[in-house]
Design a protein around this ligand. Structure first.
Ligand code: NCD
Length: 308
């Protein structure tokens, strides 16, 4: 594997499971007193983020540092950089410095693939527009597997909310489906994709009908920055119909798990009490993100060497 641009880059289920198994080894590293291995010593990883990010960027940079790679950080305010030539120029500049991996986040779908076509370095897609976010899908799968695995066959997952604008949902649908889950998308019709031809999902609009039936409620952020028109009457109305409130949670099975990729809009798609409850895997998702990204960077750059 040279790049990780999409969940489709994994040939099949065993390839995904091998990455999750490798993640396990890096989770073990992250639990050691000295959380660092020399696997990528002498390699350079650059994070090229054209969109805001807290956890994804810190997670990739932490992962690269724990593998002993050198890390370069480009801070690119999305307002000051346009697509096209300037992206190409940025990539050429980075390339000239000699880098081994570029971690790209960009507001345009396909941007990471474009960067991959311009550079000899490995490229990891850290989120491209509404398209994909494959390492988020890996960390979600890893986190879910650690609670419901090793096999996720038949695990019922509801992905709730702003699916239309969500690259996380696109990658998670592919990932969860590949691992044998049954997926239901839940939300107002205006926030679900217009066409679902080929998506391996069922669709529901009423969260109350679904929440008692599922093993996992995967809540999505209302991406106000991507919503260009009114898709629901008000945030208050959204919260009351599609938000995960304590009352709704009480109607779920006692072992239903709650996930969210962050950043959370507390009080909108998820109530603070639910986000902080024992059934919420949100903090674990973040923690596992580092090990997943160590596994990905090691696979792209270090394969052949020793892991730890
Ligand atoms: C997501 C993203 O940026 O795609 N966040 C993340 O990477 N954890 C989801 C979001 O912004 O809602």
């Amino acid at each position: 594997m040279k790049h990780l641009l999409s969940v489709d880059d994994f040939a099949d289920r065993p390839a995904i499971e091998a990455m999750l198994d490798l993640t396990e080894r890096f989770v073990a590293v992250s639990r050691r007193e000295i959380r660092k291995v020399p696997a990528l010593r002498g390699r350079t990883v650059v994070s090229l983020f054209f969109e805001e990010s807290t956890r994804t960027r810190l997670s990739f940079e932490t992962a690269a540092k724990r593998l002993s790679a050198d890390v370069m950080t480009f801070s690119v305010a999305s307002s000051s950089v346009k697509k096209g030539e300037s992206l190409l120029d940025t990539v050429r500049t980075i390339e000239a410095m000699g880098v081994d991996a570029v971690v790209v986040r960009h507001s345009a779908a396909g941007a990471a693939a474009r960067v991959a076509s311009w550079t000899g370095a490995s490229v990891v897609n850290a989120g491209d527009g509404r398209h994909e976010h494959p390492t988020q899908a890996l960390l979600d799968a890893y986190t879910l597997r650690s609670h419901r695995g090793p096999s996720l066959d038949g695990c019922r997952v509801a992905i709730v909310g702003d699916v239309r604008n969500s690259r996380v949902a696109r990658s998670d649908v592919k990932m969860f489906h590949a691992l044998g889950c049954e997926i239901t998308l839940v939300g107002p019709p205006t926030l679900l994709p217009e066409r679902l031809g080929g998506w391996p999902v069922t669709v529901a609009h009423d969260l109350d009908e679904v929440c008692g039936e599922v093993d996992v409620l995967y809540m999505l952020r209302i991406q106000r920055e991507r919503i260009d028109q009114a898709c629901f009457p008000s945030l208050r109305e959204y919260a009351s119909r599609w938000g995960l409130t304590p009352a709704r949670m009480a109607r779920c099975k006692p072992d239903t798990l709650v996930m969210h990729p962050g950043p959370m809009n507390r009080g909108i798609e998820i109530a603070a009490e639910v986000a902080d409850s024992a059934r919420s895997l949100v903090a674990e998702q973040v923690a596992n993100g580092v090990a997943v990204r160590m596994a990905v960077l090691w696979t792209l750059l270090g394969a052949g060497g020793t892991v730890v």
